[in-house]
Design a protein. Structure first.
Ligand code: F6P
Length: 546
């Protein structure tokens, strides 16, 4: 396998990056009146403007050539067709099948997965209809008022993000809660808001062995049984999992289990039965729109030539900055309060997928792979970390996401919000020269010494890249589009970096060590740890907790 950084396409980009370092995005706008048109794609209810990037035609074409040399088009087909592209776990990667709304057959091990996908969706629909209508009664004959999803990572972040994002579509009178952290505080604080006879727990775990989820589920079960007795479990607990045996062992009837499959990665699973709390909250019709939005991007991704393909371009722009300009991080900045958990959701999607240091063929990478992703909803971020993005020494490419219409058009809030998002993108790109800063200070009637010092502090280099993603409104369809866009952007980068985006061995070591340390803290076992720091910390904790 030829390393991507040894290809002629990569070398060409290296030399272009040197030339591009001398160019300013703002000047490129002045030189080309059509720049916005050239570098903007409209798709359905979404607009992707990537004109404020350090690219020109040569760079853009060379990035596309890099994608071609990495065999991206063929790899896209492999994914959609159910090839086992998760090579270290020998699994297909088929979250796209979960939103395959035309229902064309998709085969894994010679079996069409669509009948089962549709069967589970139908069961989810029937169940969520029952809960929403009040037909599903708790042990003491009362309607369900609180749903508590117990899961972590991919079994939590997608549902919580989507339920928050789609709050205007959520059923009134149904309170949605999410417990993920092993810290007992998380569970206890949620239980304070619930009553046993009107609460339904959804235990969501692909493996049904995850320490946090099983510990939380056991605590919830005890809370319920203490109040209502053991027979209440069947009316107050359902499971979402791939592991029937463990679900049975926990005591949940498999009739109340919603299945998914090993070809659905945890962080790509909100479209599967893991989305059950989303469906309960927003109802089947809206959930279907979410799937349709995801599917619209799938079709775009699979069929559109690379040069007009939004996730491809997003992925390549990331590669451009991470590998040729030394950018190590990446900010996703949603200007919609309902999307406040979107960056957290993407942190897992992106960093668990592409935070890898070994190539497909087992060789270590000698170039940078997945970036550090962070973000906060605008305008909060502006009053927090934007300082560093504007004037700091790091190059941080940004994605701004904004809806044209708000669900809450109160006064001129939304116009102010929109003005801010456009202003931030412009400020990053244009900057402010020392001369402009100086003129400003003169207008402010500052003295000469102050001006000489302050003009540097008040200048902005600009030339800092960003993408702008506008959607009509944050609704189920556009949310589906957004999530699917980022899933495919991550795929594109994984292909270029030659890493398996679908395993997550990096989370295992900590889990193993926690299992070794636990008995040393709780069961008073001899403290046997190879390093002095861990040993002394365990001793200190034990002594204090005696
Ligand atoms: O953090 C590791 C991980 O395996 C994630 O990939 C996954 O989303 C999460 O744990 C939860 O796993 P499970 O759904 O099996 O409980």
């Amino acid at each position: 396998m030829k390393s991507i950084n040894k290809t002629k396409e990569w070398k060409k980009l290296e030399s272009l990056s040197k030339k591009m370092s001398k160019k300013h995005i703002y000047d490129m706008f002045k030189e080309d009146k059509d720049r916005y048109k050239k570098y903007t794609i409209d798709l359905d209810k979404l607009t992707f403007d990537f004109s404020k990037n350090r690219i020109d035609e040569k760079v853009f074409n060379s990035l596309i050539d890099l994608a071609k040399s990495a065999g991206l088009q063929e790899k896209i087909e492999e994914m959609f067709c159910g090839e086992k592209i998760n090579t270290t776990e020998n699994r297909a990667v088929l979250h796209t099948a979960l939103r395959n709304r035309d229902n064309h057959p998709i085969f894994v091990d010679d079996e069409d997965v669509m009948p089962e996908v549709n069967n589970v969706l139908k069961r989810m629909k029937d169940f969520s209809d029952e809960v929403r209508s009040g037909e599903w009664k708790g042990h003491s004959g009362k309607k369900i008022k609180s749903i508590v999803n117990i899961g972590i990572g991919g079994s939590d972040l997608g549902p919580v993000m989507a339920v928050e994002a789609l709050k205007p579509y959520c059923k009134k009178g149904l309170d949605m809660h999410f417990v993920s952290n092993i810290d007992g505080t998380h569970m206890i604080e949620v239980l304070k808001k619930c009553k046993p006879d009107t609460t339904l727990f959804v235990v969501a775990s692909k493996t049904f062995t995850t320490q946090e989820t099983m510990t939380n589920a056991n605590t919830a079960r005890k809370w319920l049984i203490d109040e209502l007795g053991k027979t209440a479990v069947k009316k107050h607990f359902v499971a979402v999992s791939t592991n029937k045996e463990e679900v049975k062992k926990f005591g949940i009837n498999v009739k109340n289990m919603f299945e998914f499959w090993n070809w659905v990665g945890g962080r790509y699973s909100m479209w599967s039965a893991i989305g059950l709390p989303i469906m309960i909250a927003i109802g089947w019709d809206n959930f279907e729109k979410l799937l349709e939005g995801g599917n619209a991007i799938d079709k775009h991704f699979r069929t559109t030539p690379l040069e007009n393909n939004i996730p491809v371009i997003m992925g390549l722009l990331g590669v451009w900055y991470h590998n040729f300009f030394g950018a190590e991080s990446y900010a996703v900045l949603p200007y919609d309060q309902y999307l406040h958990r979107f960056p957290a959701y993407l942190q897992q999607a992106d960093m668990e997928s592409n935070g890898k240091g070994v190539r497909f063929d087992g060789k270590y990478l000698d170039y940078q792979s997945g970036p550090i992703l962070f973000g906060e909803p605008g305008t909060n971020g502006q009053h927090s970390f934007y300082q560093l993005i504007h004037q700091g020494t790091h190059l941080i490419p940004c994605d701004f996401i904004a809806p044209i219409h708000s669900h809450n058009e109160t006064g001129n809030h939304h116009e102010i919000l929109l003005a801010n998002v456009l202003a931030q993108a412009k400020a990053l790109m244009k900057g402010k020269t020392e001369k402009e800063a100086e003129e400003e200070l003169i207008r402010m009637k500052k003295n000469k010494e102050d001006i000489a010092l302050l003009k540097k502090h008040r200048a902005f280099s600009g030339n800092r890249p960003s993408n702008m993603i506008l959607v009509e409104k944050v609704d189920p369809f556009t949310l589906g589009m957004l999530v699917s866009l980022y899933e495919h952007k991550i795929f594109v980068q994984g292909v270029i970096w030659q890493v398996n985006s679908y395993d997550q061995w990096g989370v295992e070591l900590g889990k193993q060590l926690a299992n070794q340390i636990l008995p040393q803290i709780s069961a008073g076992k001899n403290v046997k740890t190879s390093d002095n720091s861990t040993k002394n910390l365990i001793k200190k904790i034990r002594k204090a907790r005696k």
